[in-house]
Design a protein around this ligand. Structure first.
Ligand SMILES: *[C@@H]1O[C@H](CO)[C@@H](O)[C@H](O)[C@H]1NC(C)=O
Ligand SMILES: *[C@@H]1O[C@H](CO)[C@@H](O)[C@H](O)[C@H]1NC(C)=O
Ligand SMILES: *[C@@H]1O[C@H](CO)[C@@H](O)[C@H](O)[C@H]1NC(C)=O
Ligand SMILES: *[C@@H]1O[C@H](CO)[C@@H](O)[C@H](O)[C@H]1NC(C)=O
Ligand SMILES: *[C@@H]1O[C@H](CO)[C@@H](O)[C@H](O)[C@H]1NC(C)=O
Ligand SMILES: *[C@@H]1O[C@H](CO)[C@@H](O)[C@H](O)[C@H]1NC(C)=O
Length: 547
């Protein structure tokens, strides 16, 4: 035979091997069959014998008959995704001894008969998400002892029969999120001794029975966020020795019993954000020694007890933003040696203690934005060797000599673009200026008891020859007057009673680029204050060069 003819034979054979029969309206790829034709009127009868995975997407048949898949005993996975199937005959899944994974998501059925899954003894994963299930019959999972994952998210479940999960001793994941559960039978989860993840997020739970998690000794993650919990029974988490992550955010918790977390020695993450907490007791976290992430934002905290975080030597992220904290005790963060990120934004802080951050040598990020801070004490970041991001915007910064420390710290260690939205709130002549864009010499203090400062405009905004720093001395004490010109470029402050005696000293700006005061110049300012107006005239007479 001619070699070309041989080749032809060979490719024909190859073709024959891959064009195995595939049901109409479906695609077959090796052992997987995908059916997505709307015209499909029922589960096809001619599914290839060795198919292991069968997926229906947006098909429109509504009934799945008795033993509909029994011609395909090799199936390990059956999926219905957004299909119209809602009527499942009692033994619909009969004859599938190897089925491990069954998913019916986005269907419109609201109930299931107790026997529908009765033959699925080897099922390990059952997903019934985003259907319209309102009730589940007590015996639904009776024959599913092998189940490892059960997903019931996004249904309309309001309550569950107390013995529903009775046979599920191997279950590791249970998802009941986004239902309408308002209460849980106290014994409901007792059989789930292997459970590792329990999701109850976004339900209507307002109370939890004391013992509801009492047998979940293997639980690692518990989601209770998005409910209406206001109080928690003091022992409710007391048996969760393995718990690592606990989500309690977006509830209405206004009080936490002192011992509530005391068994959670393995807890690494705790979210309490979005509750109504007003105080944190000192011993609350005394036993949660493994905690690495703690969020308490969006509560109503006004202060925090000095010892509240005393045991959290592994904490790396602490979020306290969006509270009403007016005061932080000097030692409140003392023991947080591993802290990397600290969020204190959107609170009512007016001052910070100079040693507040002293022991936080690993701190990299600190947010102080949206508080009422006017300045930060000198040296406050002295031991924060790794700090490079400090968010400062939204505070009424007083841009005078007291801000000099923060300013030079920003210059040295921070990205200059980072606080571009951080403005001076005062003094009047610097109001609205971007803090990191100031000149260091602009940070002067006009008001002191026996010394007053006076500053002409910075070299950028003035004509050469008028660049002076003026220090005026006056002798008496009393309440202060601050005089300034309408542009706010010249400020003179003095004590009210004796403002008439002013002793003004003039000195040239060292880096103003002008050659000292060796030529004649004179300038006048009309300055106003609540004590009245003054006219200041400064004249310099030329002397022989240099001085
Ligand atoms: C499901 O509910 C419908 C109406 O709500 C009812 O007629 C039907 O008998 C129920 N089926 C099962 C299996 O409970
Ligand atoms: C942490 O969990 C392990 C089991 O994973 C347990 O043996 C141990 O006692 C727990 N530690 C604490 C402090 O509870
Ligand atoms: C703290 O973290 C270290 C390193 O991750 C870990 O070895 C240690 O066990 C943790 N301490 C506690 C109390 O969890
Ligand atoms: C820093 O930690 C040490 C113990 O490691 C402690 O003695 C000291 O008081 C802490 N400093 C501050 C300011 O809290
Ligand atoms: C915190 O500041 C807000 C205004 O931002 C104010 O309404 C609230 O009363 C203050 N709370 C406390 C405790 O100072
Ligand atoms: C400065 O003024 C004095 C007299 O008032 C005059 O003699 C001198 O020439 C002036 N110098 C300059 C540089 O204008």
């Amino acid at each position: 035979m001619h070699p070309a003819a041989w080749l032809c034979w060979a490719s024909l054979l190859l073709l024959a091997r891959f064009t195995q029969p595939c049901p109409e309206g479906c695609d077959c790829i090796t052992h997987e069959v995908f059916c997505s034709e709307e015209e499909l009127t029922a589960v096809p009868l001619d599914i290839p014998l060795h198919t292991t995975s069968l997926v229906f997407v947006e098909t429109s048949f509504s009934t799945v008959g008795t033993r509909a898949f029994s011609g395909s005993p090799s199936l390990t996975k059956v999926v219905f995704l957004n299909t119209q199937a809602y009527h499942f005959s009692p033994d619909a899944f009969g004859g599938l001894p190897r089925l491990e994974d069954l998913e019916i998501t986005g269907s419109a059925f609201s109930n299931l008969s107790a026997s529908i899954f009765s033959s699925l003894n080897s099922l390990s994963k059952l997903t019934l998400n985003f259907d319209l299930l309102e009730v589940l019959p007590e015996g639904l999972f009776q024959h599913m002892a092998a189940l490892v994952s059960l997903q019931l998210q996004g249904n309309q479940l309001q309550t569950l029969p107390g013995r529903l999960f009775h046979p599920l001793g191997r279950l590791k994941v249970l998802n009941l999120a986004q239902n309408r559960l308002s209460q849980l039978p106290e014994q409901l989860f007792n059989p789930l001794i292997s459970l590792q993840t329990l999701k109850l997020s976004n339900n209507d739970l307002s109370v939890l029975p004391q013992g509801v998690f009492g047998k979940l000794g293997s639980l690692q993650e518990l989601f209770l966020d998005g409910n209406s919990l206001s109080q928690l029974p003091s022992e409710v988490f007391s048996q969760l020795f393995c718990l690592e992550k606990l989500w309690l955010h977006r509830n209405a918790i206004d009080h936490l019993p002192l011992s509530i977390f005391s068994s959670l020695g393995n807890l690494t993450f705790l979210s309490l954000q979005g509750n109504m907490l007003q105080t944190l007791s000192a011993g609350l976290f005394a036993q949660t020694l493994s905690l690495e992430g703690l969020s308490l934002s969006h509560n109503q905290l006004e202060t925090i007890a000095e010892g509240a975080f005393a045991s959290l030597s592994n904490l790396s992220s602490l979020t306290l933003s969006h509270n009403a904290i007016t005061h932080l005790p000097a030692g409140v963060f003392r023991d947080l040696k591993m802290l990397v990120r600290l969020y204190l934004g959107s609170n009512n802080l007016t001052t910070l203690h100079p040693t507040l951050f002293q022991n936080l040598s690993g701190l990299e990020l600190l947010s102080l934005s949206r508080n009422f801070l006017t300045t930060l004490p000198e040296g406050i970041f002295e031991t924060n060797y790794n700090l490079f991001n400090v968010a400062l915007h939204g505070n009424p910064w007083q841009c005078d000599c007291h801000l000099a420390y923060l300013f030079s710290w920003l210059r040295q260690y921070s990205d200059r673009l980072f606080n571009i939205q951080t403005y001076c709130a005062g003094p009047a002549y610097l109001k609205g200026q971007v803090v990191p864009a100031l000149e260091e010499k602009q940070l002067v203090c006009p008001v002191t008891r026996d010394r007053l400062g006076f500053q002409a405009p910075g070299p950028d905004e003035q004509e050469p020859g008028s660049s002076w720093d003026i220090v005026a001395k006056e002798r008496a004490a009393g309440s202060s007057c601050t005089y300034s010109n309408p542009e706010g470029t010249v400020v003179l402050a003095c004590d009210e009673a004796r403002c008439r005696w002013l002793n003004i000293q003039l000195s040239p700006r060292q880096d103003s680029g002008i050659p000292g005061l060796e030529y004649n110049a004179s300038q006048e300012w009309d300055l106003r204050s609540n004590c009245g107006s003054v006219r200041v005239t400064v004249s310099i007479e030329a002397q022989a060069g240099g001085a």
